[in-house]
Design a protein. Structure first.
Lengths: 205, 226
């Protein structure tokens, strides 16, 4: 693999994205050609984002880890169907979001999810065990935000996570969700407004 | 101004899309409505906080786990030829399975490959003498469904679907020794998407399912309606 992203070099965003796309196409070609170990480059590049997106969508970090693994496995198995017109990240995020959505649907069908202690979830997610006595104000606020996101209807939750947490552009979100830009913008404004109301409700409770 | 129009002005301000006319319009609203100013401030604060939520860090162990689970190569695309060569599956009531075994002289992969019946078994019709005996359901609202896959050469076959949250490692099919794998389980009436997983990695939809639904990954899930 010879194409590399010019890390540290001052390049325009378009050039950077073009280099990324080129590199990923090469990686995918190599994987399809039997050099499966190159798939790790894609896993390494996107595992944190995929795990993060799924965590915010399903609520539980443990479930998010399983679903993230499932998403990468699904992407590998479907790699021959990858459309080169898309960025790999957009395609992968679509797979991840669908996995999260299917998971929540399945959960709804059966047992309702337990109301996990959001503070504990945050602590575990950040990779350390927090002393319940010393959970900081910031951590409590994060836990409250996380909880509020779980109360958003799915169509608002997915755009909020992509736009305001992962900070994707509307172009990228359009590629991931395959929705008209106007629809996305309406959902974003509704999502923010509903999140604000939900938070107010949680904090007033 | 409608609520939606006001929210759109907030959004454009927060997303940096406000033009001069929009900015003037928003300023006019904020000047005469202190609640709007407070609301916009809250929304702006929220959108500053959200990207700062804790995010996972890169973990080598995660990548390593994925890489260990990958098969030796990316599976071929589905094609008519591949479809023809794909192992066939069968959902059949234990009573019908028993009848097929009796009439055709034994349960083999060939019989299973040629026979298709997706009718669920009424609880009362479930005998306990098939190749994989059906266990009568203790719950009268469930029916026994037998999943069968002819997969010669497989080391393991399991079933995943809506009924078990798509979790691997829970519903393993048993091999009869001649490449035919089966599992009988009680299911409540409903609509279930499912797939088989061969050797822990290869996801295999059921080509003989009564229907399929898009799996969201460019493929399909098999659909069972009871």
């Amino acid at each position: 693999l010879h194409a590399t992203v010019p890390v540290g070099e001052v390049v325009g965003d378009t050039a950077r994205v073009a280099a990324l796309i080129l590199e990923e196409r090469l990686v995918i070609e190599l994987v399809l050609d039997g050099h499966v170990h190159y798939f790790r480059k894609l896993v390494d590049r996107y595992q944190a984002s995929v795990r993060g997106i799924i965590h915010r969508l399903v609520g539980s970090p443990t479930e998010a880890e399983d679903l993230a693994q499932q998403s990468f496995m699904s992407a590998f198995h479907a790699l021959r169907d990858f459309q080169t017109g898309l960025r790999f990240s957009s395609w992968l995020y679509r797979i991840a979001i669908n996995a999260a959505k299917d998971h929540l649907k399945s959960k709804k069908r059966g047992e309702q999810p337990l109301d996990d202690d959001a503070s504990a979830e945050e602590a575990a997610f950040a990779g350390h065990i927090a002393d319940p006595e010393s959970v900081s104000v910031a951590a409590e606020r994060h836990a409250r935000l996380h909880e509020a996101i779980q109360h958003l209807p799915w169509k608002y939750r997915e755009v909020l996570v992509l736009k305001d947490i992962e900070e994707l552009s509307y172009d990228e979100i359009q590629s991931v969700l395959a929705l008209p830009r106007t629809t996305l913008k309406i959902r974003v404004l509704r999502a923010r407004d509903q999140l604000r109301s939900i938070l107010a409700g949680l904090e007033g409770a | 101004m409608t609520r939606k129009a006001l929210l759109e002005l907030y959004r454009r301000r927060i997303d940096g899309e406000l033009d001069l006319a929009g900015a003037r319009e928003l300023e006019a609203v904020l000047a005469c409505d202190p609640r709007a100013a407070a609301e916009l401030a809250e929304l702006a604060e929220l959108t500053r906080e959200l990207p700062a939520l804790p995010k996972p860090v890169h973990e080598d162990a995660f990548s390593e786990k994925i890489m260990r689970a990958l098969p030796a190569e990316v599976p071929e695309r589905r094609s008519v030829w591949a479809w023809l060569l794909r192992p066939r599956t069968l959902h059949v009531s234990p009573a019908l399975a028993l009848a097929a075994l009796v009439v055709l002289g034994g349960g083999t992969a060939a019989i299973l490959a040629l026979t298709r019946h997706s009718a669920p078994a009424p609880r009362a019709a479930a005998p306990a003498a098939t190749q994989t005996p059906a266990v009568p359901s203790e719950n009268p609202s469930t029916v026994q469904i037998r999943f069968v896959l002819a997969a010669p050469g497989a080391r393991s076959v399991e079933l995943v679907g809506d009924f078990n949250d798509w979790k691997q490692g829970e519903l393993e099919l048993s091999s009869s020794g001649d490449g035919v794998w089966s599992l009988t389980m009680p299911l409540s009436p409903g609509r279930y998407a499912y797939q088989f997983v061969i050797d822990g990695a290869k996801w295999q939809p059921d080509p003989n399912a009564e229907a399929t639904v898009a799996d969201g990954f460019g493929g399909v899930n098999s659909l069972l309606r009871i």
